[in-house]
Write a protein that binds this ligand. Sequence first.
Ligand code: SF4
Length: 461
Amino acid sequence: MNSEKTYYIENLGCAKNQVDAEVMISALDSAGWIMTAQPSDASLIIVNTCGFIEPAKEESVDVLISFRDAFPDALIVAAGCLAQRYSDDLSESMPELDGIFGNNSVTMITDFVERLGAGNSQYVSVPALGELGEADFSRDDRYTVYRKTLLSGKSTAYVKLAEGCSNNCSFCAIPLIRGPVRSRPVESIVEEIKSLTSSGIKEINLVAQDLGSYGRDLDSDEGRGKCLLPRILGEIESIPGDFIVRMLYIHPDNFPDEILGICSSSSRIVPYFDIPFQHASAPILKQMNRKGDSAVYTALISRIRQALPGAVIRTTFLLGFPGERREDLEELERFISKAEIDWAGFFVYSPEEDTPAFDMESPRKLKKRAKTAQKHLDRLQQIQSDITASRLKHFYGTRQRLLVEEGVTGEDLYFCRAWFQAPEVDSLVVLHAEEGSLSPGAVVDAEITGINGIDPEARLI
Ligand code: SF4
């Protein structure tokens, strides 16, 4: 095809970045551009990069280089977090890119692409935070509310409640890339969920850098500084339709207990809590600019399980942080064994320049520490996967509604997800059903007939 107004978008990174890509698609489609399934059919290729940690940055650069080499006639644009964070370095090191587009104003992509290729020079548009005024994510939702093309699986969508983060964890580059928290108005989010669910979406995943900070920057009836997550959940309860809602990313220091009552009386908002604890040792958490410790986090988990006995909790842990001692790792292991969290991801600390933690320890010491951390990580991961497997046993013999993700070719099998499994990070349910009888995105009733490791098995009912 390769006619003039065709584009291909390659999305990298997290769910928040994916929403940006979907907003850019929405804007470009509204401006008459045609999205292609193959990069070879496009005159414009946009790589929505990730710039969070070293491995993600390297992957983004590799993808840009591979597209540049493979499609010499196409216009190649670097968008997303790497472009926002390193626009000058990218412009210098990759003059072969046609454009560099920041993620502060994704709705402005249509104006940006109109200027590409002018004068055969590279076009860079990376407005600094706050430079844009009205045209900022939280105020311009023309294309956000009515996203038609979603990059998730069928029948599921991410809804971003806010941009940026003001928690300033010492290891994290997000505030440098996305700026302080800017919450979307409640009405805009409700409108978007109505639009998505009326077009057949069955699963809404609420995302932000920290849902616990949602609304604290807004003047509301509840007063400035108040988390508005309970309010938005209340509003979502009144939207007609058959769909579920899952919350992803609530900072433990900002966990709004009021949501527990709302969840316990709701059949739609699932008791799934994604709370990145990052560690359990007080000295390390303090160094991370976080307030908790294993006692505080254990108490939070007990409050959740008291209010919602069947609740499912997901978290992430960061090992190898500067100053981490053997006793800190032992504290973490005790916490993991005692807390019995349903799902957990483990990462080794990656020093990020310009973050407060970057200079806390020498690269030589950090390298040595990363090696030790990896050993601990492997063992903790094993402990955790045994816990996950035993927690999943609670679902044996239960009836569940499953969202079909895909069929297994040549088999009477489907990969599905239940409410206790978030997209992309948790395991899948293996459903036994006749090949060709179900379509991706279908929601079916099933019985959990077995648990193989961390993969439940099910049959239709
Ligand atoms: S909560 Fe902390 S780790 Fe998460 S985005 Fe904000 S600063 Fe980064």
